[in-house]
Design a protein around this ligand. Structure first.
Ligand code: HEC
Ligand code: HEC
Length: 456
């Protein structure tokens, strides 16, 4: 049990205050409310409907073969179930997706895990991506800091909309490779405006009843005719869809915070104390606030697998936040993720290195040990016949010097909790799951204005 005497006292105070009456203790966060979300949680239904179609429509990819849903599918809890996503050129959906294998095909994998998209309509989520490279910043002309710099157009509703401008400009994710189509060519030359213009042009050409033109005119006050449609409008609609569809704040924990003490089991309530107690796991130090994230960047020395972001000598490393700030102290720091619906969203970590919630949490309790003992077989990587690809995926983890460097960056010392407390902690994490997120089939549109297939 608890070792430090000083901490034991703090723990006792937490224990007592958590047990008292129907009002949750002051050290607990507030349950999210409507006013915490864009549009008070109620964007226009027509805009959401339009966004849903765009999110699923492969018309937004260069080769007409990838949609946002390819990697953020409702059937895979808004992720893809893989450690690392496969974009453009892949075949199949979710964990059965492969790299479009063939001896002559270069497997294009995305070097990071596709994060779930729950609750991103809450205004406090101001930093997008594992390294926060798209971020709300009123000092910028567009209102956002991003890799596009001053190229990012004005008129984006929020940071979620700003994020939606980017997947379509990535050759690996949606645009395709140079030589395959004109969108890919523009993307390869870094001509983002041309990518966005070409995609808007495609949408402008889908008219007729129920077509995109009719819907854009209906939804946006500043669109009178097809030629007024821009990709910024599309991004705003996609953001409205994401924000409202994947709000997930009715978990047992939320109901507990709203005063329904019986909503959480006794063991989950004990796990909650383990989670928040400074003398115990102290997870709340980083996983703070209503969504269990401080939105800050820390290193917890998670294993790095996959092709990497081009960092380090081999190019297989991912320096994380340093890539954005240029600051060496930010090396291997990644954004603290929200833990809402975390039981549904495996694999975990920026490269999806851990396939189970238990192994991810255990990693936190002794990062060095976990890193050195990492078993790559748990990674959910798509099949590819070329063995050198599989070897390259483990380049970082098979280099003792790099592993030591990553281990050294950890901001987490070993934490000592009993097996019972560990199990209670997992119970608490399970209480962060909103039951309405378990089956998301309702989010899949029935048909698309482009006429392109919803499935492969
Ligand atoms: C090929 C797979 C793939 C496709 C297609 C894709 N994404 Fe993603 N998405 C990812 C990955 C991987 C990340 C994390 C990348 C990173 O952090 O560098 C991500 C990150 C995000 C985020 C940030 C979430 C967060 O918590 O920071 C949002 C929002 C998002 N995607 C929405 C979209 C939208 C909208 C589209 C379509 C326009 C789209 N994605 C297309 C794989 C994909
Ligand atoms: C020092 C800050 C910090 C503390 C304390 C901390 N975490 Fe984390 N946690 C992180 C960061 C950063 C990540 C993302 C790592 C990555 O992407 O590689 C993370 C990731 C996770 C994930 C994976 C989520 C996902 O979607 O991939 C889980 C689960 C998690 N933490 C649970 C916990 C639990 C339980 C505790 C307490 C035992 C805890 N964390 C304590 C910083 C912290």
């Amino acid at each position: 049990m608890s070792k430090g005497k000083c901490c034991a006292v703090g723990y006792l105070i937490l224990l007592v205050s958590a047990g008292a009456g129907a009002t949750p203790a002051a050290w607990l966060p507030n349950a999210p409310r409507d006013r915490d979300y864009y549009d008070g949680g109620n964007p226009s239904p027509a805009k959401v409907h339009l966004g849903a179609q765009l999110f699923f429509d492969k018309i937004l990819s260069g080769n007409l073969n990838t949609s946002c849903a390819t990697c953020h599918h409702p059937l895979a809890d808004t992720g893809d179930g893989l450690s690392l996503s496969v974009g453009e050129g892949g075949r199949g959906l979710g964990v059965t997706r492969d790299t479009g294998a063939g001896p002559d095909i270069v497997p294009e994998r995305v070097p990071r895990n596709a994060p779930p998209l729950f609750n991103l309509g809450a205004r406090q989520f101001e930093k997008m991506f594992h390294d926060g490279r798209v971020e709300t910043d009123p000092g910028q002309p567009s209102g956002f800091r991003s890799p596009a710099g001053d190229d990012l157009p004005a008129g984006l509703d929020n940071v979620l909309a700003a994020q939606a401008m980017f997947p379509v400009t990535s050759g690996t994710e949606m645009a395709g490779q140079y030589g395959e189509n004109p969108v890919a060519a523009a993307a390869a030359f870094g001509n983002l405006h041309d990518v966005w213009r070409q995609l808007a042009e495609r949408l402008r050409n889908i008219d007729g009843p129920g077509g995109y033109v009719e819907q854009f005119v209906d939804v946006f006050d500043d669109i009178d005719e097809a030629s007024d449609i821009t990709f910024v409008h599309a991004a705003n609609a996609i953001a409205a869809f994401e924000a409202v569809s994947w709000r997930a704040d009715n978990s047992p924990f939320d109901r507990f915070l709203r005063g329904d003490r019986a909503a959480m089991s006794a063991s989950a309530r004990r796990g909650m104390r383990v989670f928040y107690s400074p003398g115990k796991a102290n997870c709340g130090r980083c996983h703070s606030g209503s969504f269990q994230t401080s939105h800050d960047f820390h290193s917890i020395a998670t294993p790095q697998i996959g092709p990497g972001k081009g960092d380090g000598v081999s190019g297989n490393e991912d320096f994380g936040r340093e890539r954005v700030t240029g600051n060496k102290t930010d090396r291997y720091r990644f954004r603290v993720p929200s833990l809402r619906n975390v039981t549904l969203t495996a694999p975990y970590g920026h490269s999806g290195a851990y396939d189970t919630l238990e192994s991810m949490v255990r990693h936190h309790l002794d990062t060095t040990r976990s890193l050195y003992n990492y078993n790559p077989e748990q990674a959910v990587l798509p099949l590819h016949p070329d063995r050198s690809v599989a070897r390259a995926d483990l380049l970082v983890m098979s280099d003792p010097q790099l592993v030591e460097r990553i281990a050294g960056s950890s901001e987490l010392g070993p934490a000592n909790i009993s097996t019972r407390e560990f199990n209670e902690l997992i119970e608490f994490l399970a209480a962060l799951t909103d039951p309405s997120s378990i089956d998301l089939r309702r989010n899949v549109p029935h048909s698309l204005p482009s006429g392109l297939p919803l499935a492969e």
